[in-house]
Ligand binder design. Structure first.
Ligand SMILES: Cc1cc2nc3c(=O)[nH]c(=O)nc-3n(C[C@H](O)[C@H](O)[C@H](O)COP(=O)(O)OP(=O)(O)OC[C@H]3O[C@@H](n4cnc5c(N)ncnc54)[C@H](O)[C@@H]3O)c2cc1C
Length: 433
């Protein structure tokens, strides 16, 4: 059962939205973190707006489900990144949502070929990651926008683990992402997990925002004065629109534009495609692990791709495995059983085959196949980091763009999406006056 689908349709009376013909000043499309932030900004400034969401819930890629044992599981975002500059931290405090404070991602025990590695060996990984980072920054400073793959020596020690971390951070493999996405991201190295669920946090934060759920935008006509939005429940005339849907949705043309968006805009959308990243949760019986089990293990070997596993996070009886990039796409396509096998294999490589008898069920995300996001988050293709700011620019003072892909320093994150929502709402409001 979802904890984030309890908001009712609040636009008019629920159930009478089939023939909607409305006028308003600003239409906000999409009720993820960006759309909610935009709506809150407009609301607090007394601007007339409508927030339109195709799904039956708010949050978009921030989505917490309650499992059968009552524990929350984030299918999308889970960590409040760059915590000391992340506005969601104080919102969580205000709303009584629990989180944990960490440096980095907390303690991780490394395993290679089924062997636990010593602290000294783990330190060599940390050093290797620092060297990669220095190398990438140097190339970026020289003015080159190339892929992470081209920037680094593929034969260096720990390359498979380092590349796996890059895939988790960017949702694509190292050959598909610009080094700009590594260097320009504002990272304070504080990643605080939301124990009650980041989706639950976003959902609670959205409680005071009126939203039209189950209302799909089909087209945006920006010829003539103002904009006309065609939705599955009727048409809306407005002065301007804020688009917060993912670059996957923008690129899919599920929303038609009349006239077409300018070529520069479609180039930016194409240059910022969605990668994939899935979270795979296995439920386990109580007391399946020793009490002193590490909270996170990283399993790596010569044959399999590395995988990070959270073991009994916050004392919940489960294991969460993370996959990203092409591997995530491959597993998602192969079906849920393949993902369960993949996590099970890594788990048994660390804890022995008997651990699999403790697994009682699974739940996993499948973001590539979700028609309302079509992937996990945007990645700037090599040579194209600059397209993030181009995507953020409004068109004709009528179409404003928000969403994680339009952030130039907090892209790929939930708080980054929120900040772009405030920015786009501010810009659109100025254009009204
Ligand atoms: C597996 C995973 C793990 C992640 N981990 C983290 C993390 O730990 N920390 C972090 O900060 N970030 C993380 N992220 C990224 C973060 O979740 C996103 O960057 C952020 O939630 C995006 O918000 P948004 O508002 O830009 O877009 P979205 O959340 O995608 O919102 C867009 C909304 O538009 C709606 N929509 C789409 N099409 C239409 C239409 N035609 N009409 C009306 N509505 C439409 C969608 O349903 C959606 O609600 C993760 C993402 C994933 C997938």
């Amino acid at each position: 059962m979802s904890v984030t689908n309890r908001i009712e349709c609040k636009f008019g009376i629920p159930g009478v939205l089939n023939h909607l013909h409305m006028n308003t000043d600003i239409v906000v499309i999409g009720a993820g973190a960006a759309g909610i932030a935009a709506a809150k900004y407009l609301q607090s400034n007394g601007v007339a707006y409508l927030l339109i969401e195709a799904n039956n819930r708010v949050g978009g890629r921030a989505f917490t489900e309650l499992m059968a044992d009552g524990t929350p599981f984030d299918l999308g975002c889970h960590w409040m990144h760059s915590a000391s500059i992340n506005p969601f931290v104080s919102i969580a405090d205000e709303l009584g949502i629990r989180y944990e404070k960490r440096t980095g991602y907390g303690s991780t025990q490394l395993f290679r070929n089924r062997e636990a590695l010593s602290m000294e060996m783990s330190d060599t990984l940390t050093e290797a990651l620092l060297m990669d980072d220095r190398c990438i920054r140097k190339i970026w400073m020289e003015g080159k926008d190339i892929s992470v793959y081209d920037a680094l020596d593929a034969t260096r020690e720990w390359s498979s683990v380092a590349d796996y971390f890059t895939a988790l951070n960017t949702s694509v493999d190292v050959d598909k992402v610009s080094i700009g996405d590594i260097v320009e991201y504002e990272d304070t190295n504080e990643n605080w997990p939301v124990v009650d669920g980041y989706g639950a946090l976003v959902n609670k934060w959205a409680n005071d925002v009126p939203v039209n759920l189950n209302t799909k935008v089909r087209s945006v006509d920006w010829s003539g004065s103002g904009v006309r939005i065609e939705t599955s429940k009727g048409n809306i005339a407005a002065k301007c629109v804020i688009l917060t849907v993912s670059t996957g949705v923008l690129g899919s043309r599920h929303i038609r534009f009349t006239p077409e968006l300018p070529i520069l805009k479609s180039e930016a959308i194409e240059a910022l495609p969605m990668g994939n990243y899935n979270r795979i949760r296995l439920s386990v019986r109580p007391r399946s692990f020793d009490v002193d089990v590490p909270e996170r293990v990283l399993a790596s070997s010569q044959t399999d791709l590395p995988m990070s596993l959270s073991i009994r996070p916050y004392g919940f009886d489960c294991v969460v495995g993370l996959v990203a990039g092409r591997y995530a796409d491959w597993l998602e396509k192969a079906g849920p059983a393949a993902s369960v096998d993949a996590v099970g294999q890594q788990l048994s490589s660390v804890f022995g085959a008997n651990i699999l008898q403790c697994v009682t069920g699974d739940r996993q995300s499948a973001w590539r196949g979700d028609p309302l996001s079509l992937g996990a988050y945007s990645a700037a293709t090599p040579g194209n980091f600059g397209q993030r700011s181009r995507l953020a620019k409004p068109v004709a003072d009528k179409i404003y763009f928000a969403g994680e892909a339009t952030s130039t320093s907090h892209f790929c994150t939930c708080h980054g999406a929120m900040l772009t929502g405030y920015r786009a709402a501010h810009e659109s409001m100025n254009s009204l006056s």
